[in-house]
Design a protein around this ligand. Structure first.
Ligand code: ADP
Ligand code: F6P
Length: 323
């Protein structure tokens, strides 16, 4: 039994991600194994403010590890960005005996966790986002499932693109980050990869590439475009007009965020969830858990939010040379 904490809460916040259920299950069961009571807070910070709080038992998380989405639900909550909202959240936590909270989400969610910690509720963040855009960790829950889903969808578009000798622009998610685009670009052997971190908005380079590839006998031309650049449909129209080659845009959208999590997502979500429960029950607060060199690490939230990471230059170069 932990001396520090008797009851903890768990919530998921921001965009959902496959593997969040594995993380919830791991936090809950690891804490329960230490004799700590666990409460589930539904619909993120909004659910906290609405007091949508349930007692979790082991069976609540049974049969969930293989399911996409989040069994607790998630939300974006503007009220929680205000001091008033945060103080209300603290009062509700105290009423329900919640002394510590695990927040599964992205950067924005950690800001909320940081505010709670400042106001006396211990908090630990776990990186849950398909975007892989959290600098303190090599891995975020949901990324692996999302890129595998997108990769399979892009293979299918490529089949029809080749048959019709078309050019295809496929837009993938990632908010302002290009990691999903880079990984799919390499894994799908795309001819062009447009990343928000790298793109120079010179469409003439893409047009020249398409024309040169056609001359070399390529029957398709796959362009992976990141959501952070967007405008795939108008880009397709301009490329078709400039090249005379039929060009179609496909925006993969929310399918990338759903589905049963891959083994890797379940594995790391389980390990990080257990680790988060351990450090929370040991009395740590205001920390974000991450994976570095395959092992769990944790950082002060402010330090984590100030870290930056770059698209790996060598990987980007490889993508260009292999296409
Ligand atoms: P993510 O966690 O995936 O980055 P958001 O940026 O939408 O997603 O943040 C999720 C939620 O976290 C927000 O809806 C809000 O409730 C809370 N949040 C975001 N920023 C702050 C902030 N500066 N202070 C307190 N809470 C915040
Ligand atoms: O952060 C995950 C993500 O799917 C991003 O890739 C995307 O930009 C955003 O969420 C979409 O959010 P919403 O669900 O609010 O449309």
């Amino acid at each position: 039994m932990s001396d520090e904490i008797k009851t903890i809460g768990i919530l998921t916040s921001g965009g959902d991600a496959p593997g969040m259920n594995a993380a919830i299950r791991a936090v809950a069961r690891k804490a329960m194994a230490a004799g700590v009571k666990v409460k589930g807070i539904k619909k993120g910070y909004q659910g906290l403010l609405n007091e949508e709080i349930i007692d979790l038992e082991r069976w609540h998380v049974s049969d969930t590890i293989q399911r996409g989405g989040t069994i607790l639900g998630t939300a974006r909550c503007m009220e929680f960005k205000t001091e008033e909202g945060q103080k209300k959240g603290v009062a509700i936590c105290k009423e329900h005996g919640i002394e510590g909270l695990v927040v599964i989400g992205g950067d924005g969610s950690y800001r909320g966790a940081q505010a709670l910690s400042r106001l006396g509720i211990n908090t630990i963040g776990i990186p849950g986002t398909i975007d892989l855009d959290i600098a303190c960790t090599e891995y975020t829950i949901g990324f692996d499932t999302a890129v595998n889903t997108a990769m399979q969808a892009i293979d299918k578009v490529r089949d029809t693109s080749s048959s019709h000798e078309r050019c295809s622009i496929i837009e993938v998610m990632g908010r302002n980050a290009g990691y999903i685009a880079l990984w799919c670009g390499i894994a799908n052997g795309a001819e062009d990869i447009l990343l928000p971190e790298k793109y120079d908005f010179n469409e003439q380079n893409i047009i020249n590439n398409i024309i040169n590839n056609r001359k070399r006998g390529k029957t398709h031309h796959i362009i992976i475009n990141a959501e952070g650049i967007g405008h795939s449909t108008s880009m397709a129209r301009r490329i078709e007009a400039a090249t005379g080659i039929e060009t179609r845009a496909t925006i993969l959208g929310y399918m990338q965020r759903g589905g049963s999590p891959t083994c890797k997502d379940r594995y790391y979500a389980s390990i990080m969830g257990a680790y988060a429960a351990d450090i929370l029950c040991a009395g740590k607060s205001n920390r974000v858990v991450g994976i570095r060199h395959g092992e769990c690490v944790d950082f002060d939230i402010e330090e984590a939010l100030n870290m930056t990471k770059e698209i790996p230059e060598y990987h980007y170069e490889v993508a260009r040379i292999l296409s």
